[in-house]
Design a protein around this ligand. Structure first.
Ligand code: FMN
Length: 182
């Protein structure tokens, strides 16, 4: 049975984006996918908690799609987590709304792959740097999938950007069909 996938997209400067813009175009019309542009919806950071909680409840899988900003997500995704994942909703007594759902981080980086390893300039893998997100998912009873990573995206030529965007589309389609990784 098809799963409902909610893409929480966080990019504060979409008009300057190449990679995330192409990724977004590649998935926004897929059946089973709700594409939710957080900076488009909440440019003033006033997240509508009730609306977001209802959205989360209506989906089986979440995707946190964003560029890597200072080894983390742009601030509005953090704000979303801070205000939407409330005690009694997402964790703690009665907080079971997210239990059993899956979540995928889909992240683009400026740095090349070799920078994200021991001995590289960023010293840690992206998976390691994303541990607060992984643990947030875990605390809420969600399965944190192997992240979808695109490194060194500013060096890509237009054909490569298109190809990577189609890889992302395939990964999201696999989430809709219930397969963790293609
Ligand atoms: C404020 C800011 C912080 C950034 N921090 C990082 C970083 O920590 N690591 C990294 O590899 N790239 C970093 N970058 C580069 C972005 O990740 C890169 O430009 C983005 O993934 C490109 O995707 P786009 O074409 O969709 O904008 C940063 C860029 C900005 C503007």
């Amino acid at each position: 049975m098809a799963r409902q996938v909610l893409i929480l997209f966080a990019h504060p400067a979409l008009h300057r984006s190449r990679m995330n813009a192409a990724m977004s175009e590649a998935v926004r019309d897929l059946a089973g996918v709700t594409f939710h542009d957080l900076y488009g919806e909440y440019p003033d950071f006033h997240v509508d908690v009730a609306r977001e909680q209802a959205l989360v409840k209506g989906h089986d899988v979440m995707v946190w799609q964003h560029p890597f900003y200072w080894y983390s997500a742009p601030a509005l995704l953090k704000e979303w987590l801070d205000v939407v994942l409330e005690l009694g909703f997402a964790y703690g007594e009665g907080g079971t709304a997210l239990r059993g759902k899956r979540v995928l981080s889909a992240i683009t980086t400026g740095g090349p792959p070799e920078a994200y390893q021991p001995g590289g300039s960023n010293r840690f893998t992206v998976r390691e740097l994303m541990v607060p997100f992984e643990q947030t998912a875990h605390l809420c009873g969600m399965e944190y999938l192997e992240p979808f990573l695109l490194h060194g995206v500013r060096q890509l030529n237009p054909a490569e950007v298109r190809e990577r965007a189609l890889q992302y589309r395939a990964r999201v389609e696999a989430l809709v069909s219930g397969i963790p990784a293609p």
